[in-house]
Design a protein around this ligand. Sequence first.
Ligand SMILES: [Zn+2]
Length: 117
Amino acid sequence: MAEKIVSGDEVVVVSGKNKGQRGRVRTNMPKLDRIVIEGVNIVRRHLKQGRARQAGIVEMEAPMHVSNVLLFCASCSSPTRVGFREGGDGKSERYCKKCDASIPSQRHPRNERERDS
Ligand SMILES: [Zn+2]
């Protein structure tokens, strides 16, 4: 099934305590509807001494729910909702509901799309 947000996307947080922050999606967890965004939603974990690890405080990015973010559209420079439509090659593609630009996934960089003949 097509996902609205995939890893590599630039997203903007629109609700919660990290509202307004922007970053790139590092990890996508479609089954949980959660994503990890680079540099956003940093939490501190106080770790106890373990067998192979020292005790201490570690900062890490915590996953957040995808409903808290919007995809950032490079074409119109704003957070936007994503739609799906059939692209020129018959596959479904994502597009910006504001400016109608298609939004390719960064995860599978494609060669220049040939809008052919
Ligand atoms: Zn747009």
